[in-house]
Design a protein around this ligand. Structure first.
Ligand code: GLN
Length: 309
């Protein structure tokens, strides 16, 4: 690991950190998960990982935070890797245009969620992983540990409990899909696995490294294949179109990269072939995306000229 200034994009990260510190509007931390509500919106970290495993960053880039929906990328990766196209029987791959925890589309679309990055779709993916392996959350944690090289990445049981205590919305989504036969496991077991998955705590450095296979066409840190080249492309495509929920169009407009946010304030983004990025700042906008995080990624692609377009 190195610090900014020494890496290829070090000077740009230093500049973004200064610019971000001057931002007045930083949004508010998620408060429907009580333990996340107290986070300080002025915290900010950003890391870049290059395909060879070099990682560097600025600010709180080594500070572990609650990954939340960022884990949905790793869950989908495992499902595609273990089960191939079958995952698409139970979940679509179109943007929803609705909030991440919305119920409305599910009824008129017969219990099939629009995509794997809204909560309903992520529940379908975790359900399938649970059926295939018996320990969906453990497998996701293992993938993060292996790809980041950090064996200390772990669940935060207090966060999982805090979310479970307010879990009515996710419980409603899961029960509703179960009524259409689109959930195989008992709903309480599925919710426990999903809340555990969402509670994984990791830093910007960890997540930028862990997502590296998406910049390496599916190749893991050790050189073996996790996904086919085509599957890596598919995940990046779904991140671009669905990774920031009903703000995916705005994110593509401003940042121009596949990205995935979480309500802990983290966002990962991929510049295929070049690097993976992770930003963290806990203040969210109305759609659940980090305000400073999106601003920093916007500046990164603007200043470097890197994007997929
Ligand atoms: N655990 C959160 C939930 O299910 C994840 C949502 C998110 O990060 N957007 O509500």
């Amino acid at each position: 690991m190195t610090t900014a200034g020494t890496g290829r994009f070090g000077a740009i990260l230093d500049r973004i950190e200064k610019e971000t510190a001057a931002l007045d509007e930083r949004g508010r931390p998620a408060d429907y998960i009580p333990l996340l509500a107290g986070a300080d919106p002025r915290r900010f970290g950003m890391a870049v990982a290059e395909p060879d495993g070099t990682v560097y960053g600025v600010g709180d880039w080594r500070q572990p935070f609650s990954t939340q929906s960022i884990t949905k990328v790793f869950a989908l990766t495992l499902a595609l890797s273990l089960d191939g196209e079958r995952i698409w029987h139970g979940v679509g791959r179109e943007p929803s245009g609705n909030p991440f925890n919305s119920l409305v589309q599910l009824e008129y679309e017969n219990g099939i969620p629009r995509n794997p990055f809204i909560n309903a779709g992520a529940l379908v993916v975790t359900d399938r992983l649970q059926t295939l392996t018996g320990d969906a959350a453990g497998l996701i944690r293992e993938l993060l540990r292996t790809e980041s090289g950090n064996p200390a990445i772990d669940f935060e049981p207090a966060i999982a409990a805090s979310e479970a205590a307010r879990g009515d919305r996710n419980a409603a989504l899961a029960h509703f899909m179960a009524s259409y036969g689109n959930i195989a496991n008992p709903v309480p077991d599925l919710l426990a696995a999903y809340f555990q998955q969402c509670s994984i705590t990791a830093s910007c450095a960890d997540l930028a490294l862990a997502a590296g296979f998406l910049a390496r066409q599916g190749v893991r840190a050790d050189g073996s294949a996790l996904l086919t080249r085509s599957q890596a492309k598919q995940i990046n495509a779904v991140m671009l179109t669905c990774g920031t929920y009903d703000a995916a169009g705005e994110f593509a407009y401003r940042v121009g990269l596949p990205g995935k946010s979480g309500v802990g304030g983290g966002i990962i983004a991929v510049v295929p072939g070049v690097c993976t990025l992770c930003v963290w700042s806990p203040g969210l906008d109305q759609r659940g995306n980090s305000v400073a995080g999106v601003a920093a990624l916007d500046r990164f692609t603007t200043l470097t000229g890197l994007s997929i377009f």
